[in-house]
Design a protein around this ligand. Structure first.
Ligand code: PEP
Ligand code: MG
Length: 608
């Protein structure tokens, strides 16, 4: 020790990590869509400040001035609405004083001088809306920042924030990146909304991985539907990656490998090969009956989010469409789809199936499926004005859709299904509106399917509990396990923090499913499952054992499900279901089911 007490022992020199040697790192998340992908990373949402980007200054053609002005006004309006929503949220969560940061933002959005300067930039200097706005607002920000005053410096940051949001609206937000990736990429984001996912540049997106979300989030469901590997709920992942990193995604196991070594890449290539061999085998089995060894038939249907790849459904040997999610027709657009537009889509569905049935579900917007067409802000959107609640509040929306479905029904075999029914009163109102729509179609001499089968989704516990009464009024039930689990266990289906509590095989959920089947049997109607449990190998034996007649799933799962069912017996499945109903928790039921599947078809759980 030195006299002054300071340590003289020299600390070992800190070596800076050599950035050129990148170490292989493995991350774990929840597998959301099967498949292996390898490639470069594209991060969403970490872009440089878009205010400072240099954009080419090509002049507008004079005839485009009007359009560009309209684009600017629209983005301005959207930013105002968004800022109001943000302000309310901050007010509610942290209080009025913090919400006052938005005052400066509104000052900018309402500043006549600034807005006139932007409009003049467009009309006189023939600048694009983005360039005109960027130039003007940058001048303001520079002027305020130049003043040596900490308060004003902060206000400059607030203005920059709102300006960036406005520019994002001018560019269609993240949509630009989502729709136009620079090449084949693995998209990494904190989260992806269903409308983001619907926009993904399918040619170039190899896979995606998000920090939030779960297996039943709609972005995961969409990934399975468009058959891109995906992992969700990747803890502490996003900030460790950069654009251009090399990544492997294993959507079977939910693992991602950053900077893989050669041997690792080889390993995954082998895995990819054996998985695709298995997949080809399934395709060769599509003509085989999906029947247990003791002759219990289970219809295997497909869940579909758009009318683009209907051919695939036949390729996978689906008995039809068990769920057509129509809400995607309402996303990423500025106007509601007209009756004619919807009619054409549903007609295409009906015609493409060659007589096989398709269940068209009426609009289920709300929850995490948002559309800029519906701008209400709710504190608990999953418990709010979602699905038929929204439709009953705006009956014209529902009537237009009903007309389109009923008319398209004459081109094949369509069924209509109502989501989120909580009880008889709502169903009565829906059926009353349906009768009115039919009457009006008749009056105007339009062709429509007057005897179309009508069903309800059982996805709210109250609906399962009053299923006997609902069954008197409809032709079928389809159990939406994604929501039924969420509402029964009070666990947000999208929240990775409570993902371990989201138990599709919780005895309480199984009891509600059993109750629904019994009510349906009593009234001679059939029951399907169209939630993600319908395609989950661990849930299938119990669902079949409980008496479900149809399982609807993403088409890619149909092949393996058919093979599993052909290895099962109904007698055993019923025994399993009875044991599961008597179990104390979801771990027990899961173990019961896992033992059985391990014994019958282990490949479905572990791969080849
Ligand atoms: C469900 O809730 O299980 C379901 C199929 O509907 P969605 O996932 O669209 O809410
Ligand atoms: Mg649902």
């Amino acid at each position: 020790m030195k006299k002054d007490g300071k340590n003289v022992i020299k600390a070992p020199e800190k070596r800076m990590p050599d950035k050129s040697i990148k170490k292989e790192v493995m991350f774990h998340g929840i597998p959301a869509s099967p498949g292996i992908a390898m490639g470069l990373v594209q991060i969403l949402g970490k872009e440089e400040s878009i205010l400072e980007e240099v954009k080419d200054e090509k002049k507008l053609a004079p005839e485009d001035v009007e359009k560009e002005t309209a684009i600017f006004k629209d983005a301005l309006e959207k930013t105002r609405t968004e800022t109001k929503v943000l302000m309310t949220r901050v007010k509610e969560t942290v209080g009025q004083s913090d919400a006052s940061i938005f005052d400066a933002q509104f000052l900018i959005l309402d500043d006549k001088m600034l807005l006139n300067e932007v409009l003049a930039g467009i009309s006189k200097k023939l600048l694009s809306a983005e360039n005109a706005f960027r130039q003007t607002v940058s001048k303001y920000i520079a002027a305020i920042s130049a003043i040596e005053d900490p308060y004003l410096k902060e206000r400059a940051a607030d203005i920059k924030d709102v300006a960036e949001r406005l520019i994002a609206h001018l560019r269609g937000g993240r949509k630009v990146v989502l729709e136009h990736l620079p090449g084949p990429r693995i998209v990494v984001a904190k989260d992806l909304t269903p409308s983001d996912t619907a926009l993904l540049d399918k040619e170039n997106v190899l896979a995606f991985a998000t920090e939030s979300g779960s297996k039943t989030s709609h972005s995961a469901i969409l990934a399975r539907s468009i058959r891109i590997p995906a992992i969700v709920s990747m803890n502490r992942f996003y900030n460790r990656l950069e654009d251009g990193d090399y990544l492997i995604i294993d959507g079977f196991l939910g693992t991602a490998v950053l900077n893989p070594e050669k041997a690792t890449i080889e390993l995954y290539k082998q895995k990819e090969k054996s998985e695709s061999r298995l997949y080809d085998e399934y395709l060769r089995e599509t003509q085989l009956k999906s029947e247990t060894v003791d002759g219990y038939r289970v219809e295997l249907a497909a869940n579909v989010e758009n009318a683009e790849n209907l051919e695939e459904i036949k390729k996978f040997g689906a008995a039809g469409i068990g769920l057509f999610r129509t809400e995607y027709l309402y996303m990423n657009r500025d106007t509601f789809p007209s009756e004619e537009e919807q009619f054409e889509v549903y007609k295409k569905v009906a015609q493409s199936l060659g007589g096989r049935p398709a269940i068209i579900r009426t609009l289920d917007l709300g929850g995490d499926k948002l559309s800029s067409l519906i701008t209400t802000h709710e504190q608990n959107p999953f418990l709010g004005q979602r699905a038929i609640r929204l439709c009953l509040a705006h009956p014209e929306l529902l009537k237009t859709q009903m007309r389109a479905i009923l008319r398209a029904g004459t081109f094949g075999k369509l069924r209509m299904m109502f989501p989120m029914v909580s009880g008889v009163k709502e169903l009565d109102e829906l059926l009353r509106i349906l009768d009115e729509v039919k009457m009006n179609l008749q009056k105007s001499n339009q062709r429509f399917d007057g005897s179309m089968e009508i069903g309800v989704m059982i996805e709210i516990p109250s609906a399962a509990l009053v299923a006997e009464h609902l069954a008197e009024k409809v032709d079928f039930f389809s159990i939406g396990t994604n929501d039924l689990v969420q509402y029964t266990l009070a666990v947000d289906r999208n929240n990775e923090q409570v993902a371990s509590l989201y138990e599709p095989l919780h005895p309480a959920v199984l009891a509600l499913i059993g109750m629904t089947v019994r009510a349906a049997n009593k009234h001679g109607i059939w029951v399907g499952v169209c939630g993600e449990s319908g395609g989950d190998p661990l849930c299938i034996p119990l669902l079949v054992g409980l008496g479900v007649k149809e399982l609807s799933m993403s088409p890619i799962s149909i092949g393996q499900t058919r093979r599993l069912i052909r290895k099962m017996s109904m007698r055993e499945a019923e025994q399993l279901a009875n044991a599961a109903l008597a179990a104390r928790d979801g771990w027990e039921t899961m173990a019961i089911s896992r033992r059985y599947v391990e014994q019958k078809f282990p490949v479905i759980l572990h791969g080849n």
